[in-house]
Design a protein around this ligand. Sequence first.
Ligand code: MBD
Ligand code: FE
Length: 282
Amino acid sequence: MSVKIFDTPEVQDFLKTVSGFDQSGGNERAKQIMHRLLSDLYRLVDDYDVTPEEFWSSVSVLNALGEGTQFGLLAPGLGFDHYLDMRMDAEDKQRGLSGGTPRTIEGPLYVAGAPEAEGFARMDDGTDSGAEVMWLTGQVRDVDGQPVTGAKVEIWHADSKGGYSFFDPSQSEYNLRRTIITDSQGRYTARSIIPSGYGVPEGCATDQVLKLLGRHGQRPAHIHYFISAPGHKHLTTQINLAGDPYTFDDFAFATREELVIEGRRIEDPAEADKRGLEGPFT
Ligand code: MBD
Ligand code: FE
């Protein structure tokens, strides 16, 4: 059966009523956006002859997406996070702003309030027995290349099984999440463990939607950063560890060429020892 009623005055009037156009209360922008959203969806139902069964099965998916952080997980999978980045990049360009490390998406797994340290932090709690030690060092510079002292570097990443503390109940609070304040040369150092890539949990609502699209829910191994300092724009970014099979096949579309980092394996025990003795590991 195929009926086309979208363009009738009844439907057009109905859409305005549903969107609150004949009510004085509410929020004008919310009404406009809802009207546009509903118009697009009503039109879609008409164009594709969406059946009531199909509609109610979509409602079940939406209900399942209301659980935990499910919509926060599907949103990057549907490209919304990256699309917002593309818009911010275009806005920067329009304003003549350029240079610096590229931004990329925050993702749904940031947790505020990580322990703060000056210059150096150990990020792992030492319980991930299968993990290899990873050193992260860097220097925060402004767009003119000048080091920024006292910048706040927030770092968070997954463990060797791809799980994040607070979302993976087997991990301790704030494991693999730290805030490091840069030293007098704008530098920071972290001792942590090499993360694995992340996979959307099997069978969750996000996984179901991705499977309907014939897509996977894998991310390559990555490390998240927020960089902030007074008088500077906040930077949200990530680095990818080169060599991951998903580096350029990320379900969340966060990889950027400039952010793929080749790690250097420290084989020399003397160098490893020296590094190991550098920081206060408490
Ligand atoms: C992640 O670790 C992540 O960074 C994103 C964007 C989505 C899901 C899991
Ligand atoms: Fe992540």
